[in-house]
Design a protein around this ligand. Structure first.
Ligand SMILES: Cc1cc2nc3c(=O)[nH]c(=O)nc-3n(C[C@H](O)[C@H](O)[C@H](O)COP(=O)(O)O)c2cc1C
Length: 205
């Protein structure tokens, strides 16, 4: 089992990192291979809608998006974690995920997704909903925990005091391992369901 964790915070050792460390401890105890990508401090531009990826299956801007693509392809599950900025995921992470999910053509079906929002006070559930949308358009089941996967803290490290938030990270990681293992067994027993040929209907006349 392989899990890819994406830290969208510009702070390498901030509260988002702390939330992810709580999950990583569970993954390692369970023997899950972990790759942590810290992208929040990288210069990542938004999608320019050039359409080049339709031909190549990769983004024309060669940056952390293209570094992450093979890791996403190889993993059984992905955790996407963001500091909350103005009640949304931060813009670096949003640019990264837009381009990663749009440019890559490999199937993401039945890879497990989990999202985590980290804030001083408000906007966690809106951010959680936003991040889950990358998974649900991609045929990816979502792992859930015991809350809407949020951890609270303002100063870097303050989230260590959010005992409930940290417990919810451990529960999320535990449930995610179970779900990934269950899907692996299901693939062996039944195979992946055959997808229909894609229908694409734009709402224009
Ligand atoms: C530009 C900006 C916008 C923010 N917006 C919010 C917000 O909407 N709600 C909130 O509770 N905290 C907000 N915060 C605080 C961060 O979410 C909080 O400090 C969080 O712990 C940062 O995580 P990090 O240490 O991993 O970077 C904001 C911080 C910044 C820099």
């Amino acid at each position: 089992m392989k899990v890819l964790l994406i830290n969208g915070s510009p702070r390498a050792n901030g509260n988002t990192a702390l939330a992810l460390r709580e999950m990583i401890a569970v993954f390692e105890k369970e023997g899950v291979e972990v790759t942590l990508l810290h992208i929040g401090n990288r210069a990542i531009r938004g999608c320019v809608a050039c359409g080049a990826c339709a031909q190549t299956g990769k983004c024309i801007v060669d940056d952390p998006v293209n570094e992450a693509a093979p890791l996403l392809e190889a993993c059984d599950g992905i955790v996407v974690a963001s500091p909350v900025y103005y009640a949304s995921a931060n813009s670096t992470l949003t640019a990264f995920l837009d381009r990663l999910f749009y440019s890559t053509h490999f199937s993401k079906r039945m890879k497990v997704g989990a999202s985590v929002a980290v804030a001083r006070r408000g906007g966690c559930s809106a951010t959680f909903d936003q991040l889950n949308k990358y998974f649900t358009i991609s045929g990816m089941p979502i792992a859930s925990g015991q809350y809407w996967n949020s951890v609270h803290g303002a100063r870097p490290g303050e989230a260590a005091e959010d005992a409930e938030g940290l417990q919810s990270m451990r529960t999320l990681a535990t449930n995610m391992v179970f779900l990934m293992r269950s899907i692996a067994l299901g693939k062996e027993a039944y195979g992946l369901p055959e997808p229909e040929k894609r229908v694409s209907t734009n709402f224009i006349r």
